[in-house]
Design a protein around this ligand. Structure first.
Ligand code: AMP
Length: 231
């Protein structure tokens, strides 16, 4: 997977429940790239009670997108920091066209650009089951993700990796899933065409087992790299 090491700035697109977080984490573990999850960053800000976190909470609790300026400021600070100089994996940002255009402007300012956009493709009817069955490790440095049916922990309610309690995110409850999927379709899905037009988009079938999907992602990134080397 040597060629993959040269791809440094990767963006993941996919509906809530498409397995984006899981795949980004696997890729970060394999490559050492920094995994930047907008949802995790917002939840951390909310837990710390920062100004941005307090503002974000009201929107997150309703399954709605947090205002663009909060996200743009958060990512401007993060992407300009030295820890991002060696590359990153973006997970959950951008989530609409305004954010995507701001990201373009920011990367241009940093004399940088995305190398690939992976779109995790999955049928809507599978998403609700995936989201409502999801359980997350309460230890913020672990953040491991399980599924009650598809990837249960060895001991019910406990993380296999660190033993901390698992919990269900409040926005993973069924009442909010419809709202989040509708936000995805109306606001985030247009980004598929946006990045396709930039010849960055690679679509991966995200309906099988996590390991198989991950292998497809690695293959896709590898071939993307070889294509850009030829051009
Ligand atoms: P996630 O963990 O990616 O499912 O995100 C959880 C929630 O955080 C979303 O339902 C939104 O309320 C908020 N959020 C995460 N990323 C963004 C973003 N790029 N723009 C606006 N809101 C976001």
């Amino acid at each position: 997977m040597e060629a993959l090491n040269n791809i440094m700035r990767i963006l993941f697109l996919g509906a809530p429940g498409s397995g984006k977080g899981t795949q980004c984490k696997k890729l970060a573990d394999k490559t050492g790239l920094l995994h930047l999850s907008s949802g995790d960053m917002l939840r951390e800000a909310t837990a710390k009670g920062t100004e941005a976190g307090q503002l974000a909470k009201g929107f997150m609790d309703k399954g709605q997108l947090v205002p663009d300026d909060v996200l743009i400021k958060m990512f401007e600070e993060k992407l300009s920091s030295p820890e991002c100089a060696k590359g990153f994996i973006l997970d959950g940002f951008p989530r609409n066209l305004a954010q995507a255009k701001s990201l373009d402007a920011l990367l241009e300012k940093l004399r940088s650009q995305l190398n690939a956009v992976i779109n995790l493709q999955i049928d809507d009817h599978l998403l609700t089951e995936r989201i409502t069955g999801r359980r997350v490790c309460s230890n913020k440095t672990c953040n491991a993700v399980y599924h009650m049916t598809f990837a249960p922990p060895a001991q019910e309610g406990r993380c296999d990796l660190c033993g901390s309690a698992l919990y269900q995110r409040s926005d993973d409850k069924e009442e909010l899933v419809k709202e989040r999927l509708s936000a995805y379709h109306s606001q985030t899905e247009p980004l598929i065409d946006f990045y396709d037009a930039k010849l960055l988009l690679r679509t991966v079938d995200a309906q099988g087992k996590a390991e198989v999907i991950f292998a497809d992602i690695l293959k896709t990134l590898d071939s993307q790299k070889k294509t850009s080397n030829r051009n």
